[in-house]
Design a protein. Structure first.
Length: 366
């Protein structure tokens, strides 16, 4: 204690060199908090020095070098009541506040947030990310958050800020009325929207929320699995045509089976079975004998016809037969039905080519 008091009498330089990455506030330690008249105060860039006298903030110094005298400590001199120019040491606690940006602070939901989504109804959403902050009002920050803590780090406030972000997130999400899929596709813009909503509450603690990043938005695993199924169905498109394609592929694979009597017999049996499946899918044959249930009735195809630059139809096949017999449908006319990629000449469509071939040519002139 004697050594500390002696050192306090001789040290007249007050400064702080920050060698950490997470210190927000550091208190300059002196014996009895005594500061000599004429002491040199050095405040570096990205620092602010806050003088506290008897529990009240007295003076705040920005970056620069100062000689602590009556003329530059007007508030403190008034509080102390010294009118003789600080002939003896005065007492004050000096807090250095780090005003640089603190980056990569983490936030995230411990439990899913329940929301009402336009597309999926009630959903449970998880989210996590990071944020950047800095001290913009050192007086408020020391008064409201730091108190008398001699060494205040980001870890001491990050849990409080994380809880504040997570507790406000459901209301912000509901207010935005943005569908979940749009949130996930525009995470950067949505993060900025959330940050703007939270900034006033950070300012109330003397802090600025510089940036908030949303790194992930996720649904429960079972909901994501259902969403994957829905996406898969959209990619496959017409399921009946997909089944026909699979049956045709299996039939081709069976035809390429290795030779030999047994192999040929098995390949023939498999080929017959595949042919029956393809026929059933195409609606061209009845179910094989002994089947437990008959296949569904075939649906009649409807056709559209392009005549005189106008789309006509849809017509059933029987109507096309009448038009062909009346020579109102020819092989050069364009037709289309569901499943076709583009309009095609009737004579190039296998199902209609036979129909057109059955129509006799026009009689020769008399």
């Amino acid at each position: 204690m004697i050594w500390n008091k002696l050192m306090g009498e001789f040290i007249d330089v007050i400064e702080w060199t920050d060698d950490s990455s997470n210190t927000m506030v550091w208190r300059f330690e002196r014996h009895g908090n005594e500061v000599k008249n004429g002491a040199q105060l050095t405040v570096r860039e990205s620092q602010v020095a806050v003088f506290v006298n008897e529990g009240r903030i007295a003076d705040i110094f920005g970056p620069g070098m100062y000689t602590l005298e009556t003329k530059n400590l007007p508030i403190l001199s008034t509080l102390q009541g010294w009118v003789h120019g600080f002939k003896s040491p005065f007492k004050a606690e000096i807090y250095f506040v780090n005003t640089r940006r603190f980056t990569d602070l983490k936030w995230g939901t411990k439990n899913p947030i329940t929301l009402r989504d336009k597309e999926f109804g009630v959903i449970r959403l998880r989210a996590f990310g990071s944020y950047v902050l800095r001290v913009v009002d050192p007086g408020t920050f020391v008064r409201e958050i730091v108190g008398t803590d001699a060494h205040f780090t980001t870890e001491e406030v990050s849990e409080q800020l994380r809880n504040m972000i997570v507790s406000r997130l459901p209301g912000i999400l509901a207010e935005s009325a943005i569908p979940m899929l749009d949130m996930a596709a525009n995470q950067e813009q949505f993060g900025q929207f959330v940050a703007n909503k939270l900034k006033p509450e950070f300012l109330g603690m003397g802090l600025e929320l510089v940036q908030l990043l949303i790194e992930n938005l996720s649904l429960p695993p079972e909901v994501e699995a259902a969403l994957d199924k829905r996406t898969q169905m959209g990619v496959l498109g017409d399921l009946s045509k997909y089944q026909q394609f699979q049956a045709a592929e299996a039939l081709a694979a069976a035809a390429k089976a290795p030779g030999g009597a047994a192999g040929q017999g098995m390949g023939l049996a498999m080929g017959m079975m595949m042919a029956q499946q393809v026929g059933g899918l195409l609606g061209g044959q009845n179910a094989p004998a002994g089947a437990a249930t008959p296949p569904p009735l075939p649906q009649e195809t409807s056709w559209y016809v392009a005549a005189g630059g106008q789309q006509q139809g849809p017509y059933p096949l029987a109507k096309l037969r009448e038009l062909a017999a009346a020579r109102q449908l020819t092989g050069d006319m364009l037709v289309w039905t569901q499943g076709m990629a583009a309009w095609t000449k009737a004579g190039e469509v296998a199902e209609l080519a036979a129909l057109l071939a059955a129509v006799p040519p026009p009689l020769p002139p008399a």
